[in-house]
Design a protein around this ligand. Structure first.
Ligand code: 26W
Length: 818
């Protein structure tokens, strides 16, 4: 019998049922008979929160009274996913919930489905923040997640009759939201605009307008740590809600204008995940949550003190800057220390640079935010002054280091008409890290080379990770039970490296067969889920081959769809007989930023390839393509456990890390991928023989750029000399997937043949060639499953608990509350 260490509440199912019934009555005023699943969901959520409240309050007091430095994770995005099952798991109430809800006459899945998934993030960066605060709480480290409670999260994606993406507002707060506790008594004032004046030798900022930042607190329960941290998301409210005078003059809209303008700040998440739009509202959002968070941290750690000794601030809390989005926090802390607490520049600077650390999540130059100084000057005039002074100090420091003027100019944080936020973060913080070894190396060798040469000790790496609680235990209970059986304990859920204990079982046919049976059962589950939710008829007896991530050219969904078209063309031309084709179901999931034209073209192409291929009797049962709309955490949790083969095919040197790749490996999918981001480390750990590698390496990519691949239209040569590639691209151009219209994809085809910046065509042949190896392997189910077991067994390193332990050791220098 396996050792079970999972948290287990002493409450019985009957008692829990009573608590739910009591909530229904005394909080929601409905009887069990009158209640809907959504009512039971709210009642259950409230009941669980009550069980976590003591640990939450104890964690808060221990954090303030103890002398364990806390972590403040500043992020514009937290992609949390649905909360109920995770809260039940960490409260040790999962079994009681199943029994209680049944006893009350409800179906547990219906109650779980009643929760609306909060989409307060775009993709990788936002989900990583969610995994990280789960691990911080599970390791018992005192921490705050600080962000924005957007009224509208990431847009809901639908496809129109032409397969085009259509965005609709994600009004997630339209439904009762039982997890957030809005705390009007701990609001903060955040100001904007105006001017800076000199008053008796002191700089005084005279802002033009202010908004009220009201915290909405979410519990972040740890797994088996007994600790519950806080996710504090700020919502914007106006101080003067309503202008009655104007209203009485029946200028109704003007009467509510101040309120609307104020609330605009936390109205909506910007749906871009690579190219900043540089909108003033975006900067307002960034300053809003960062300023509120800094003032909140001073309130929390110096309760009731109006003249606190803030030289101790860096020992109370360290702020992690989740990419460049919260970097305005550096001049903000300087302003608060000098203007609100009268510290001199040097003391303020010393406190500030020991308080902040910066994580970079991208390699795309266009994704590094650069704000026009004019905009900063208008919105935050005092901050621009401080940034100018930081630049002067920086320039003097570089000169003292003997850095050449030219280089110093290239490194300028403030260039006169712009402020480079990545440079400000690198200079103004103690540590800079990338999110995978290759990424961190490229940051030092390319993106931030001058800074790495000047400040080598600041640079480090922390490879990303994912939480095993949501992405194995909750998403894949069958595999979780098999792992616990195989290891004889469930301790792996808080020490994932224990998965190594499965390595010998890869040679145990009985275990491997059980493993394969788990995968097959998950595939059947997903097929039913896809039928119920999307009306798809997915055959669980085909290979489930998945590519889910944001739509971006560097991620190369185009390479995947061109390979599908090439296979289709081969069958249609009779070059390959359908009988010899190994049955495969390709599942895509991807949202495109609304303004990203070529990404939206690619979505339209994928949907139309699916339409044509799925309705073509010549390939029936052999080649199937499905594109479930509105890819989100729920879909990921259902699809990842059912996947046989995962696509991580980005151009080498472009994907900072990837985290989907880790989730698939941990759920027993094999990966076909390039040596990019964390794929490199996954392959190293699972073994090259258990990973399908293809494509150019980063140095080979650089060499091809040096040859002018994208500037001299060299991609056309690949088209000309590769008949399979030519056939596929010609099919896209000739209207096969657009009812004969030759113009529909002309911009996409033109880009491929004249630019193809991310070298989809250059890597096409290598990608097609690895398919043969994949199919041959898949035709040997025991071999495939053995490789899959070894992927699971060797992927414990990719737990976000390990990532956090790295941050604690290398960057934050703190640990669990005593
Ligand atoms: C301002 C527009 C904008 C918004 C978001 C620019 C850049 C971003 C994010 C940094 C994009 C992002 O999500 N990056 C992803 O971060 C993951 C977590 O570290 C990595 O695993 C992915 O490789 C990286 O693309």
């Amino acid at each position: 019998m396996a050792e079970i260490t999972a948290p287990q509440s002493p409450v019985t199912a009957e008692q829990f049922a009573d608590e739910i019934r009591e909530q229904l009555k005394y909080t929601q005023g409905v009887t069990v008979e009158q209640a809907k699943p959504a009512d039971v969901y709210v009642a259950t959520a409230t009941a669980v929160r009550r069980h976590l409240m003591d640990s939450w309050m104890k964690t808060q007091t221990d954090m303030v009274n103890g002398n364990t430095k806390a972590v403040g994770y500043l992020s514009a995005e937290f992609l949390m996913g649905k909360q109920l099952e995770n809260a039940l798991l960490n409260a040790g109430l999962t079994d009681q919930f199943d029994k209680a809800v049944k006893a009350l006459g409800f179906d547990a899945q219906e109650v779980i489905d009643a929760e609306y998934e909060p989409g307060l993030g775009n993709g990788g960066l936002g989900r990583l923040a969610a995994c990280f605060i789960d691990s911080l709480a599970s390791l018992g480290v005192p921490a705050f997640g600080y962000g924005i409670q957007y009224k509208y999260g990431i847009f809901k994606q639908e496809f129109d009759e032409n397969g085009k993406q259509v965005e609709t507002p994600d009004y997630w707060l339209a439904n009762e939201e039982p997890w957030g506790h809005i705390d009007y008594n701990r609001d903060q004032k955040v100001s904007f605009g105006g001017e800076v004046v000199e008053e008796n030798g002191k700089k005084v900022w005279k802002p033009a307008w202010s908004v009220r930042a009201v915290p909405v607190d979410y519990m972040v329960p740890g797994y088996a740590s007994g600790r519950v941290n806080t996710l504090r998301l700020w919502t914007a409210k106006s101080y003067d809600e309503f202008d009655l005078l104007t209203f009485n003059k029946s200028e109704y809209l003007d009467a509510v204008k101040p309120q609307v303008e104020a609330e605009n700040i936390s109205k909506i998440l910007y749906p871009e995940d690579s190219t900043p739009q540089g909108k003033a509202l975006r900067l307002e959002q960034q300053y809003f949550f960062v300023s509120a968070s800094i003032h909140d941290a001073i309130r929390v750690f110096y309760p009731g003190q109006d003249k606190p000794d803030l030289t101790t601030f860096p020992n109370k809390i360290n702020f992690q800057l989740n990419d460049t989005h919260p970097v305005i926090g550096i001049p903000e802390l300087m302003r608060v220390l000098m203007d609100e607490y009268d510290y001199d520049w040097d003391t303020a600077w010393d406190i500030t640079r020991h308080t902040f650390n910066y994580t970079c999540h991208t390699l795309l130059p266009e994704a590094l935010e650069v704000w026009p100084s004019k905009l900063i000057g208008e919105l935050l005039p005092r901050h621009l002054e401080i940034i100018e002074k930081i630049q002067d100090q920086f320039a003097a420091e570089l000169k003292a280091k003997g850095i050449a003027d030219g280089t110093a100019k290239d490194m300028a944080i403030y260039t006169g008409d712009a402020v480079r936020m990545a440079y400000l973060a690198t200079y103004g913080g103690s540590h800079v890290n990338g999110v995978a070894e290759l990424h961190s190396q490229l940051l030092k060798d390319v993106t931030l080379k001058n800074f790495s040469d000047a400040y080598p000790d600041k640079f480090t790496n922390v490879t990303n990770g994912v939480t095993p609680r949501r992405f194995i235990k909750l998403a894949n209970p069958r595999l979780s039970d098999l792992i616990t059986e195989g290891l004889g304990t469930d301790k792996w859920l808080s020490d994932l490296e224990l998965l190594k204990g499965l390595i010998p079982l890869a040679d145990d046919d009985e275990f491997v067969k059980k493993f394969a049976a788990v995968k097959q059962a998950n595939k059947v589950d997903f097929s039913n889920f896809a039928k119920r939710k999307y009306g798809f008829d997915i055959d669980p007896n085909t290979m489930i081959n998945t590519m889910v991530k944001r739509l971006h050219e560097y991620k190369r969904q185009a390479l995947k769809i061109l390979s599908v078209i090439a296979d289709y063309a081969d069958i249609k031309s009779g070059k390959v007989s359908a009988d010899d084709v190994m049955p495969r179901t390709i599942v895509f999931g991807a949202k495109a930023a609304p303004g990203y034209y070529l990404a939206k073209q690619t979505i339209q192409l994928i949907n139309n390839v699916a339409r044509v291929v799925n309705n073509d009797p010549d390939v029936k049962g052999k080649l199937n393509v499905y594109f479930p709309w509105n890819y989100n955490i729920e879909l990921a949790q259902n699809l990842i456990p059912a996947t046989d083969l995962d696509e991580q095919i980005s151009q080498a040197g472009k994907e900072a890390s990837g985290t989907g790749n880790m989730k698939f490996a941990l759920n027993g999918a094999l990966t076909v991928g390039t040596l990019d981001g964390a794929n490199v480390e996954i392959r190293e750990r699972v073994g090259a023989e258990n990973f399908f590698l293809f494509g150019m390496t980063e140095p080979e990519v650089s060499a091809l750029y040096a040859k002018g691949y994208d500037t001299k239209g060299l991609s056309r040569e690949y088209y000309e000399k590769d008949p399979q590639l030519k056939a596929a691209i010609d099919m896209v151009a000739d209207g096969t997937f657009s009812d004969g219209d030759k113009d529909t994809y002309k911009d996409l085809v033109n880009d491929w043949l004249t630019k193809d910046y991310f070298m989809t065509l250059a890597d096409f042949r290598a990608y097609m060639d690895i398919q043969a190896q994949i199919e041959e392997t898949y035709r040997d189910p025991m071999k495939w499953s053995r490789m899959a077991v070894l992927n699971v067994a060797n992927s414990g390193y990719f737990s976000s608990d390990r990532s956090i332990e790295d941050y604690l050791e290398r960057i934050w220098h703190t640990g669990p509350l005593a």
